[in-house]
Design a protein around this ligand. Structure first.
Ligand code: SF4
Length: 175
């Protein structure tokens, strides 16, 4: 223990420094998203995350949107616990056979108008899991998809830009 303490004092922290983010660019994307949501929906955007069978890499990036660094709730973006309160379903992973019915039921429980965003390369076509015995395929093999965000995994800024593109390209309104 003493040796470990001494080592940590001499060598310093081994924790990687946080990535240098362009705070101004991040704030601009998030603020645009908030403005767009208010214009289209009359309120902030509610998102239900659905893990349809991912490795959790995509979830880590989505969770990062809520951490103290990105803190997206300050711009009105929020994750909700129920699909009945959601505008957007963000679906990750290849859809597994076990999750197929749950994904279909979640989609049916989400009120119209609704959008589905497939997050990550696996959500497009199954990715590295395509053809596996437990894999149905991409999200669009089960429910209609409005937008696909590439990446393995996509980072939080890519996720925000995807959501913004979704709102800007949509004619739907819930006002
Ligand atoms: S896209 Fe990559 S990070 Fe996301 S579920 Fe697939 S393998 Fe995991």
């Amino acid at each position: 223990m003493r040796k470990t303490l001494f080592q940590s004092i001499v060598e310093g922290s081994l924790t990687e420094p946080r990535p240098a983010a362009d705070e101004a660019a991040l704030a601009e994307v998030a603020a645009s998203l908030e403005r767009s949501a208010r214009r289209k929906l009359g309120r902030s955007l509610s998102i239900r995350a659905v893990d349809a069978g991912s490795c959790n890499g995509c979830e880590l990036e989505m969770h990062a949107l809520s951490n103290s660094f990105y803190d997206l709730e300050r711009f009105g973006l929020r994750f909700v616990a129920s699909p009945r309160h959601a505008d957007v379903l963000m679906v990750t992973g290849p859809v597994t056979k076990n999750m197929r019915e749950a994904l279909e039921r979640t989609y049916q429980a989400t009120p119209d108008p609704k959008w589905v965003v497939a997050v990550g390369d696996c959500a497009l076509d199954g990715g590295m899991f395509a053809g596996g015995y437990a894999c149905v395929g991409g999200v669009s093999a089960v429910i209609p998809v409005d937008l696909h965000i590439h990446g393995c995994p996509p980072n939080p800024v890519q996720l925000l830009k995807g959501l913004l593109a979704l709102l800007e390209g949509s004619n739907a309104s819930r006002k």
